[in-house]
Design a protein around this ligand. Structure first.
Ligand code: FES
Length: 478
């Protein structure tokens, strides 16, 4: 089998851990204990992870972070496991699922009584917003539990290799994956904060009782919290074009996860769709990983990302086609090529302007949408706000939603960036402890005011104009 692991990288060093084998559809596959099962299969050259249920078409993996369900497999007898969220070290036998899965044997579940947990503050999601919330709620004495469905904390910071801008208290000049390490380190030092990983919150019920499933220990958790902060982040947007479900079409963030977290090359030749900052940064990172980037297409007449990123790519000879879109992916079992086409000012295709590229990877960098289903289920008043990426909860400036005791932070409350997510997390964490302990926490009030001022300062810049418009529609007084 071909090996797609990256052996040299200008910035990253991959700590994969020990080698470990497992079977995939009966065949032995070699992986490393710290990588995800999906990354190990991808490194071994496997591209088809499921079949469409009606037509039986091959399907690849789209998100690599547990948000799209395109990688569901049977793992050690348990069906419908997202193999991008579990490490190789925990598995023995993995099987693909072509039909609806068989229910698991009940004997494989230890008992049917849920474990009861009581905490002051439950935080759903261990990315930058959730970690900052935990650090600040824990700092003022709250007993905090973070629940995350992945097998390590850090959210999407772990795949960011660029250095952050801004102020020192928000880690300027430090790369995203290093920030993740610092935050996780702070959590580990704080005895008030505990974290459970590989655990999915599936519902928020009356009286802030939360249902979760601990995949690793195969048990239900019934968590009673005084305050709940939802920081579940976002998922990547899809795009409509012919053959968009071929394996090899994936989110730009998914490609970042494969190459920057696991050190696995997502392909050999890539086309990027979308020239915002994410598209431009991922294009450059693909080149750092040894992938040939053949072109970037952007539907708008102008590049959306920073000029400095675009200029760097052009210096390396990567063409950026503005007023173009992808028309079709080619291939039978996986992507073998892509056709792009020019579009006019009304986004109509211009016949005869097609260009063909031989590629095995198409990365979609066409935006994110808030992963807000849990908030809608919990009964928060929601609004569709295009400027914030989709369906978000109404809340006040302290991040409190319309459901008492339920707060939000980060991309789930509107797509912005990691610095604002951290500040929102800090504000939500402090608000949660103030709500529990009352007005005695003078320092906490001051800390929160500082963060509110910082957030306002960051959002006052011209690039945040659209965000400000969106926030005006969802921030309610109270
Ligand atoms: S859920 Fe695993 S690839 Fe999306």
């Amino acid at each position: 089998m071909k090996n797609y692991r990256i052996t040299e990288h200008p910035i990253l060093e991959f700590k994969r851990g020990k080698k470990k084998t497992f079977t995939y559809n009966g065949e032995l596959v070699e992986g490393y204990e710290n990588e995800s099962v999906l990354a190990a299969l991808y490194a071994a050259g496997i591209r088809v992870f499921s079949k469409s249920k009606v037509l039986g078409n091959p399907r690849g993996a789209f998100c690599m972070i547990g948000k799209c369900s395109s990688c569901l497999m049977e793992v050690d007898g348990v069906p419908n496991v997202r193999i991008c969220t579990i490490p190789v070290k925990d598995v023995k036998n993995v099987k693909s699922q072509s039909e609806l899965a068989n229910p698991p044997a009940t004997s494989s579940f230890p008992g049917n009584r849920p474990a009861n947990i009581n905490v002051d503050v439950l935080i759903v999601g261990g990315g930058p917003a959730g970690l900052f919330a935990a650090i600040h709620a824990g700092k003022y004495g709250a007993n905090v539990l973070i629940v995350d469905d992945h097998y390590f904390l850090g959210g999407q910071l772990v795949k960011q290799t660029h250095k952050f801008f801004g102020s020192r208290d928000l880690f300027s000049g430090i790369r995203g994956f290093e920030i993740a390490k610092k935050l996780v380190n702070q959590i580990e030092q704080n005895s008030n904060v505990q974290a459970v990983t590989q655990t999915t919150v599936f519902g928020i019920y009356d009286g802030l009782t939360v249902g979760a499933y601990d995949h690793k220990n195969r048990r239900l958790l019934k968590i009673k919290a005084k305050q709940v902060i939802v920081a579940t982040g976002a998922s990547e947007n899809y795009l409509v074009f012919e053959n968009n479900d071929l394996p090899g079409v994936m989110g730009a963030g998914a490609a970042q996860t494969l190459m920057n977290v696991y050190g696995v090359k997502p392909g050999e030749r890539a086309l990027i769709v979308g020239a915002g900052n994410v598209g431009l940064i991922v294009a450059y990172q693909l080149m750092q990983a040894g992938v040939d980037v053949v072109a970037i297409v952007e539907a708008m007449p102008r590049i959306g990302g920073y000029f400095v990123h675009a200029a760097k790519l052009r210096r390396y000879g990567v063409p950026i086609y503005t007023s173009h879109t992808i028309k079709k992916a080619h291939g039978k079992n996986y992507v073998e090529g892509a056709t792009i086409i020019a579009i006019d000012s009304r986004f109509n295709e211009i016949p005869g302007s097609e260009k063909y590229f031989e590629v095995d990877l198409i990365c979609l960098a066409v935006g994110l949408n808030p992963y807000s289903q849990l908030l809608a289920q919990a009964g928060c008043r929601m609004a569709y706000i295009p400027e914030l990426g989709g369906l978000v909860p109404l809340r006040n400036k302290y991040q409190e939603t319309t459901v008492s005791g339920l707060l939000v932070a980060g991309d789930v409350s509107g797509i912005e960036e990691a610095s604002t997510a951290m500040l929102e997390g800090g504000i939500a964490g402090i608000t949660a402890i103030i709500n529990i302990r009352g007005k005695k926490l003078k320092d906490a009030f001051m800390d929160r005011e500082k963060m509110l001022a910082k957030l306002e300062e960051i959002r006052s810049g011209p690039v945040f104009e659209r965000i400000r418009k969106g926030l005006e529609k969802v921030i309610v007084s109270g």
